[in-house]
Design a protein around this ligand. Structure first.
Ligand SMILES: [Zn+2]
Length: 88
């Protein structure tokens, strides 16, 4: 997991980017783990829906909830738990 102020132009694979200067961060973004190459962005803004919650004990093992269920493209459905992808 990398904390950034702005999203990079090019995403590294298997890297979770969280955007914001400090917690609470407002956006999580990463390349879809299925290999389709698309970028997934998950808003984490309090009070907005949908909204994902980041649980990072340090930056090494981030967890996101709820699960990521893509309704477009590859339609991947998975959880990110402790830095790992768990396919549904
Ligand atoms: Zn995909």
């Amino acid at each position: 997991m990398i904390v950034v102020e702005d999203l990079p132009d090019q995403f590294k694979p298997r890297t979770l980017y969280v955007v914001g200067e400090n917690e609470p961060y407002w956006l999580a973004a990463f390349v879809c783990p299925c290999g389709c190459g698309e970028t997934i962005q998950l808003p984490m803004i309090t009070g907005q829906r949908p909204r994902w919650t980041l649980d990072s004990k340090g930056t090494r093992l981030p967890s996101l909830s709820p699960s990521v269920d893509r309704t477009v493209g590859c339609r991947s459905h998975f959880w990110i738990r402790a830095g790992k992808i768990w396919w549904c």
